[in-house]
Design a protein around this ligand. Structure first.
Ligand code: FAD
Ligand code: SIN
Length: 522
């Protein structure tokens, strides 16, 4: 089956939906999404979205905080662009209908999170992402010109490789003609031709055993671009959120927002003793990489499976007004957080690197944008400042739309693209091979490529991954494509990028901490 659309968008999170809305007046937009449309990290975002709204906050302060969190590896120009465009993008979100909490004086109620020197996080209680996702999705559904295909899995970008012209890694002349997309209901692979393609496939937390990310976050877009010989950047910087709820049976891990620490909750060990003073003068509100490492170290010293977050001194009013969802969740597993400490552990949370893009979200593959968590704009450097990611997605989807509006009439369809060739493939009747390989992969990444790394651990991870990669490629070649085999292949590819880039970084910086390169803090 073949389709032609002006704009193909892969993913229905904040990055994909906001881009689709902006492009809809100019042509036909098709959004493909591999699960239900609302499923993605955006829907689970809690703390909120950082933006400069009022004095005493300034763009300069937000820029400085972002640079410090990024351990000076952020691109200063990208940081400037993102922060100075924050206020306009928030106004647009509000115009689209997103509701952020206000205080009694009618001003937006701004929260504070780790690494922020001012209160600047707009939020909707502790369910900001769900509010954004619902508002944008409702708008998209009622917009003429936008079609959403749920349960459609993007398998590969279409490039000259599919026309028999195999590019090498240095090829600067690769164009994207659309994507091959698997209809999960009937196993058919559609050819969707487009003028411009936006990859908005989110993060890759599921390469680790414990993650806050929903199951759809398997790094597909990053792996697709890698296969298409586009550039991928800074994958060594995987952010572990310090405080996911310790509840081992639950997947994904439930997040306890950093805003709770911003409101005064304090990290303690099981015995109720504070420990952050040993690690950073900013205590529980130090940047995430520092807090996650501190917790990791405390757990190693004590042998405990978790540390605790003490919010018992906060008033019921504060809890119910700002954190009702977290309160209810904790209560559902027997923890009344107004009376008991919350058990927490770090969990893989955010992919700072990804598809390398420029100031207008253009990837190194022509006519192909990337925005949101799958992209590497240069904003986050070695560590993302909390609540900067929803903002980044909005800013760069907007910037991509400027280029697409200007250029789409000049891009023609590549009609000679062949349909997907599934000859010789059979249904794989051993799903166990895939689930077992996935567990192995997650074990390798968690044990050897986690919060603290070493050359030896990375080498072990690399060697073990080679076997998994080879076995999975063989299985992929002969299988009728399913989402599960494609995801596994993509996650192996992403894991390989993380390990290779971590191995190449001969220093400890931000989220990449290696015992072989002790970091001297200034
Ligand atoms: P997502 O919202 O993850 O959407 C990705 C979409 O792509 C999904 O629709 C998915 O189904 C689809 N997709 C993926 N692969 C394919 C494929 N092969 N084919 C078709 N479709 C595909 N950031 C903040 O700034 N503030 C916060 O408070 C905050 N809290 C967070 C809390 C949690 C629990 C989590 C997990 C993240 C949080 N983050 C927060 C990070 C932020 O939510 C994400 O970075 C952001 O929402 C990513 O948006 P996105 O549009 O790039 O991707
Ligand atoms: C949180 O609410 O702690 C998550 C914020 C983020 O990941 O930016």
């Amino acid at each position: 089956m073949r389709r032609k659309v002006d704009f193909l968008v892969i993913g229905t999170g904040i990055a994909g939906l906001s881009f689709a809305l902006k492009m809809s007046p100019y042509g036909k937009v098709c959004i493909v999404t591999k699960s239900k449309a609302e499923e993605g990290s955006t829907n689970y975002a809690q703390g909120g979205i950082a933006a400069v709204m009022y004095t005493p906050d300034t763009y300069e302060k937000h820029i400085r905080d972002t640079m410090i969190a990024g351990d000076d590896l952020s691109d200063p120009e990208i940081v400037r662009i993102t922060i100075t465009e924050s206020t306009d993008r928030i106004k647009e979100l509000i115009d689209w209908g997103v509701s952020f909490d206000k205080n009694v004086s009618g001003k937006y109620d701004l929260a504070k999170e780790g690494g922020h020197s001012e209160f600047r996080v707009l939020h909707h209680q502790d369910q900001t992402g769900a509010e954004i996702e619902k508002t944008l999705l409702d708008l998209v559904k009622e917009t003429k010109n936008i079609e959403i295909l749920e349960n459609h899995f993007a398998v590969d970008l279409i490039t000259k490789h599919h026309l028999g012209d195999e590019p090498d890694n240095n090829d600067k002349d690769i164009e994207c003609y659309g994507a091959y997309v698997l209809n999960k209901a009937n196993h058919q692979i559609m050819t969707i031709l487009s003028r411009y393609t936006m990859i908005a496939t989110g993060g890759s937390g599921n390469v680790y055993a414990t993650t806050t990310n929903p199951t759809v976050a398997t790094g597909d877009g990053i792996a697709m671009v890698k296969r298409a010989k586009g550039e991928i950047d800074k994958m060594e910087f995987i952010q572990f959120h310090p405080t996911s709820l310790y509840n081992p049976a639950e997947k994904p891990s439930f997040l306890i927002t950093e805003a709770l620490r911003g409101a005064g909750a304090v990290l303690k060990n099981k015995q109720g003793k504070e420990f952050m003073q040993k690690y950073d003068p900013r205590l529980s509100l130090a940047p995430r990489d520092i807090v996650a490492r501190a917790i990791d170290n405390e757990m190693k010293i004590s042998g405990d499976d978790y540390v605790c977050l003490d919010a018992t001194h906060l008033t019921m009013d504060v809890i119910m007004n700002h954190f009702p969802h977290i309160y209810a969740k904790c209560l559902s597993i027997g923890i009344d957080l107004t009376k008991m400490m919350i058990p927490v552990v770090p969990a893989a949370h955010y992919t700072c690197g990804g598809i390398k893009v420029d100031q207008y979200a253009r990837s190194t593959i022509k006519n192909c944008f990337a925005s949101g968590e799958c992209a590497s704009t240069g904003l986050h450097g070695a560590n993302r400042l909390a609540s900067n990611s929803l903002l980044e997605a909005l800013v760069f989807s907007h910037r991509a739309s400027l280029v697409a509006i200007e250029g789409y009439k000049k891009v023609s369809f590549k009609n000679e693209v062949p349909d997907w060739d599934a000859k010789g493939t059979v249904f794989n009747e051993e799903m166990i091979l895939i689930t077992q390989s996935l567990k192995e992969l997650q074990g390798i990444m968690t044990n050897y490529v986690g919060i603290v790394r070493s050359n030896l651990r990375l080498k072990r991870a690399y060697d073990r991954l080679q076997i998994l990669e080879q076995e999975t490629e063989e299985l992929y070649e002969k299988s009728v494509l399913t989402e599960k085999i494609c995801e596994l292949r993509n996650m192996i590819s992403v894991a390989s990028l993380i390990i290779t880039m971590a191995t190449a970084r001969k220093e400890s910086r931000g989220l990449h901490h290696s015992i072989d390169y002790p970091k001297v803090y200034s």
